[in-house]
Design a protein around this ligand. Structure first.
Ligand code: HEM
Length: 396
């Protein structure tokens, strides 16, 4: 198979994309160029290996944990991240969103910051931005080899500075658990602790633990940060004085994510010949490109005005408000409920409802009075093929 120019099948309708996501004969292909960070991480595994690791990591992503994140852990992080900017009267949303979401993702991943200083957080932030560059190398317009070498050096430095001290703290806690000095509830609730506790069963070498932790750091932070900035842009563009209640903001998050999926395509290699539900045939070795941007705007699923931003849009049953932006099937996003909350129906949400961390963060920024800076307009990143904002200045 010629990997530089494989036969490609593009899937653009909602129905066919749903089917493609669920096919076990199709294997992850999106991160082939991002191996420096992404080799052997969950989203790149297949079959039994994927199932075993996913089953373990699922233990962490439970309703009770999501509730404690959304109601207890996250609000003070949002407040602390925002406070200095509000005091200064202005902020740049792209940087701010990554700081905010990274603080959260570091908890989920299990990356400790023992010094607790702003300087330490800034160093972690610089590492994370490097890892994001590594994972998204396929979209990088510059010298990819040089960038991959930079990312590899950052991984090594991060390992010594952040990961190994975090590993040691968890190993000490696990030893105390074995000795009966603490209970399960006293263990850190994060991916690293889950991996270390089960490392014998999973036979994970240290370099895989390193990349899996980095992957969680960036998977949790980058996607949520992007969705946050884009949702605020959608709301500013609506131009309404009243930003509505949290349920409305949650629908704005979902509608923004439908129109602007974090990754505009998913990709899979066909391991065998497959016939999709549409009757289209895919041959073994073909590259299947799932065009999320198109599937999420399919009029058959979202109506004739599918291209329009309409957070109150009526949907047929079984159609997700965020389209396929969290994927589906074996690799369906593990952090979906954490980031986007529970699905919103026609009924007003009850007390148990979770709105998701992106909506909670958007609410806080709007409540602080954020609006686009009229003297310094937001700019898209010209180096990115994916329509990211390079800067988004706001005033409070
Ligand atoms: C707005 C926020 C988010 C978006 C748009 C998003 C999107 C996605 C998508 C599209 C996939 C599937 C990729 C594929 O099939 O190739 C995925 C998988 C994944 N996401 Fe998310 N994600 C978000 C937030 C999060 C958060 C907060 C976490 C962690 C705390 C997370 C962790 C993961 C993991 C671990 C996978 C791989 C799952 C597997 O392979 O079994 N994501 N995400």
């Amino acid at each position: 198979m010629n990997r530089t120019d494989p036969p490609t099948v593009t899937v653009s309708t909602y129905a066919e994309a749903r089917d493609a996501f669920r096919r076990k004969e199709l294997r992850q292909a999106l991160y082939d160029a991002g191996e420096v960070v992404m080799a052997d991480v969950l989203v790149n595994l297949h079959g039994d290996e994927h199932r075993a690791r996913r089953r373990l990591e699922n233990r962490l992503f439970r309703r009770a944990v999501h509730t404690s994140y959304e109601r207890e852990l996250f609000p003070p992080i949002v407040e602390e991240t925002l406070a200095p900017h509000v005091a200064a009267g202005s902020a740049e949303l792209v940087g701010l969103s990554h700081q905010m979401m990274m603080n959260l993702a570091a908890f989920t991943a299990g990356v400790d910051r023992p010094a607790g200083t702003a300087e330490e957080t800034f160093r972690l932030y610089s590492y994370m931005m490097r890892f994001i560059e590594g994972a998204t190398l396929a979209h990088y317009a510059g010298d990819r080899e040089a960038k991959a070498a930079e990312v590899a050096a950052a991984l090594e430095a991060f390992d010594g500075e952040f990961l190994q001290p975090s590993v040691e703290r968890r190993r000490r806690a696990l030893a105390r658990l074995d000795a009966g000095e603490i209970t399960e509830d006293d263990l850190p609730r994060d991916v690293l602790a889950v991996l270390l506790r089960n490392s014998d069963d999973l036979r994970l070498p240290a370099d895989v633990v390193l990349r899996e932790t980095c992957f969680y750091l960036l998977a949790g932070a980058h996607t949520s940060a992007t969705a946050f900035v884009r949702t605020l842009h959608s709301i500013f563009t609506l131009g309404s004085e009243d930003s509505g209640d949290l349920a409305f903001l949650q629908r704005c998050v979902h509608e923004t994510m439908r129109l602007h999926p974090s990754s505009p395509v998913a990709m899979r290699w066909a391991l065998e010949d497959v016939e999709l539900s549409s009757g289209r045939r895919v041959a073994a070795g073909d590259l299947v490109v799932i065009d999320l941007m198109a599937a999420n705007r399919d009029p058959a699923a979202f109506g004739d005005d599918a291209d329009r931003f309409d957070p109150d849009r009526e949907l047929a049953s079984g159609v997700g408000r965020w389209g396929l932006s969290f994927g589906l099937g074996m690799h369906a996003c593990i952090g979906q409920e954490l980031a986007a909350g529970m699905a919103v129906g026609d009924e007003p949400p009850g007390d148990e409802h979770l709105y998701g961390l992106v909506a909670v963060a958007v609410r806080a920024v709007l409540d602080a009075g954020a609006r686009p800076d009229p003297d310094d307009p937001a700019r898209l990143d010209p180096a990115s093929e994916r329509g990211y904002w390079a800067t988004y200045p706001v005033r409070f």
